[in-house]
Write a protein that binds this ligand. Structure first.
Ligand code: BGC
Length: 534
């Protein structure tokens, strides 16, 4: 099981384990994180190139014509084209399908080989895209990029969490998201410059640049060490011990190593994990693995990530200015993710999600209203002032900041930390697939939905933000500072989820002696904390 052995039994705290982040591990993590860059670069590059005239003329002449000539169409339906959305969304179908294959490769051949395959598929896809002269090549290239993304998002987070000292695991998890946002920003900046290239081939440079992070991960994975967990899983115990010593930078790794071996043994004893996760007592974890990524996509974030340049052009920015706006948004995205890294363990997950939800709701309502007032339901408007367009941009930035310190990183962190060991691999696979599936759906239907729902689309996503914020308030327990192997206690004492877990039932932690009526959150945290100090 990929990731089945991805954590030790220490509860994510690393009691008595070497906690030092060695230079070797740091560099290894930097290389592996370029998997996040690959993902982010793809998210960022498609919106930019689809707003370039030369790109539209080459592959989507009908969309180009509609945009240029048919003034009566209004903004909402200007870019409505199933083929244009297929270009963006095909990547996510491929990533979704590949994530299942990747989880097998990650298990049987190791994490490194998944990363290598991801990098190679990506280089190939970028090459085909950059040299494409027909739509088939373009979509084929994009599909291969999706294969690369599928391998990368399946293997890199697992690799990072297995190689990192247990105490740095959470931080490295969000680092992956940070790399995603940096990838998006780099793509935005490159699009800005390539759009200026004379001769209508700038988009080729944008698409070709995807080779850079792909080459880093493909070449890097050849020299990266395999994780001790994967080595143990595949029977190379001595090599695993030597690798653990190398990455921890100390001689005495016996405690951690013993726990890794024990954790691995337990994983192997588990029968079909897919039927295990369906058991009633895992209902809260299964629900979170599905709902958290679902909600993340239903924030509507990717309509901005994929189609912002088109939206800006529609509301009156020139092609080049709309690309500058994308760079501004990309920068806000990176900075706000950094804020999340700093605050996540202080403010807590719920605090960030509740705050982020309210901020996203307000900004989405304002953006929807601004568009409604100016464009009404016909989508037609004259004399759009710079101030108006900048005001829309400002509130989109407010929305992006809220997403980037809440649902962006936490949409990935929470599923990975609430899953108990025996179901972690399948749970993670479900979370990744749900995320990719809804990324695909949103990418595919957005332009058509905009054409039909008009400004109402912003209110539609705002409605979902209300639903997810209420969900967080009622159903998501705070996981800050709770070691991952102790999470099951939180469900047991939760007002709603406790009904799925009988008192005598335990997942992996052993019963810590829950009093009638359950523990309070503080009691759980204190109990867990004292247990870990022993
Ligand atoms: C989401 C992506 C999104 C990105 C934006 C990620 O957490 O999964 O769909 O494009 O954040 O920063």
């Amino acid at each position: 099981m990929a990731g089945g052995a991805m954590v030790s039994t220490d509860g994510g705290r690393g009691k008595g384990y070497p906690a030092r982040m060695t230079l070797y591990v740091f560099l290894t993590c930097v290389v592996a994180s370029s998997g996040g860059l690959i993902f982010g670069y793809d998210v960022g590059v498609s919106g930019g190139v689809t707003s370039m005239d030369s790109f539209l003329l080459t592959f989507f002449p009908s969309v180009y014509k509609k945009e240029k000539q048919d003034r009566s169409t209004g903004i909402y339906c200007k870019f409505d084209s199933q083929l244009l959305t297929a270009f963006t969304s095909s990547l996510y179908v491929a990533a979704l399908l590949t994530s299942f294959i990747a989880s097998l490769v990650t298990d049987f051949f190791g994490r490194k080989w998944s990363m290598f395959r991801g990098g190679m598929a990506f280089i190939l896809g970028a090459g085909i895209n950059a040299t494409a002269d027909n739509l088939f090549m373009l979509i084929l290239g994009r599909f291969l990029l999706g294969v690369g993304v599928g391998y990368a998002i399946q293997s890199v987070p697992i690799y990072l969490s297995e190689i990192a000292p247990p105490r740095r695991r959470g931080m490295l998890n969000i680092m992956f998201q940070l790399m995603v946002t940096i990838g998006i920003l780099i793509a935005n900046i490159i699009n800005y410059f390539t759009n200026k290239i004379e001769g209508a081939w700038g988009w080729r440079v944008s698409l070709a640049f995807a080779c850079v992070p792909a080459a880093i991960i493909a070449v890097g994975s050849l020299v990266l060490p395999e994780t001790p967990n994967s080595l143990i899983e595949r029977g190379h115990t001595e090599e695993a011990e030597a690798t653990l010593r190398l990455i921890r930078g100390v001689d005495d790794i016996s405690l951690e190593f013993r726990d890794l071996v024990a954790a691995n043994k337990r994983c192997k004893e588990i029968r079909d994990p897919w039927s295990v996760i369906m058991e009633r007592k895992y209902r809260p974890q299964l629900a979170m693995a599905i709902l958290i990524p679902f909600f993340q996509q239903l924030t509507g974030i990717n309509i901005i990530m994929f189609y912002a340049p088109l939206i800006y052009k529609a509301v009156g920015f020139s092609g080049q200015t709309s690309l500058v706006s994308t760079v501004i948004i990309g920068t806000v995205n990176v900075v706000a993710t950094l804020i999340s890294i700093i605050t996540v363990d202080k403010v807590g997950r719920r605090g960030l999600l509740l705050h982020g939800g309210v901020q996203m709701l307000i900004s989405q309502l304002i953006v929807g209203t601004l568009i409604m007032l100016k464009f009404g339901s016909t989508g037609e408007a004259t004399d759009i002032s710079k101030a108006y367009a900048s005001c829309v941009l400002f509130f989109i930035c407010v929305y992006i900041a809220a997403f980037a310190w809440s649902w962006g990183p936490l949409g990935w962190l929470i599923p990975s930390e609430i899953l108990s060991l025996e179901i972690r691999s399948v749970g993670q696979c479900i979370a990744v697939s749900v995320n990719m599936f809804f990324t695909f759906v949103i990418a595919q239907i957005f332009l058509t939905a905009l054409c039909h729902m008009k400004y109402g689309l912003f209110f539609f996503f705002a409605g979902w933000v209300v639903v997810m914020t209420v969900f967080v308030a009622l159903f998501l327990p705070e996981t800050k500072n709770i070691p991952i192997e102790e999470m099951s206690l939180l469900w047991k004492e939760h007002w709603f989820w406790s009904r799925f877990i009988k008192d005598e039932e335990n997942t992996e932690t052993g019963n810590l002696g829950r009093p009638r009526g359950g523990y309070s959150r503080v009691q759980v945290a204190a109990k867990v904390f004292s247990r870990n100090r022993v």
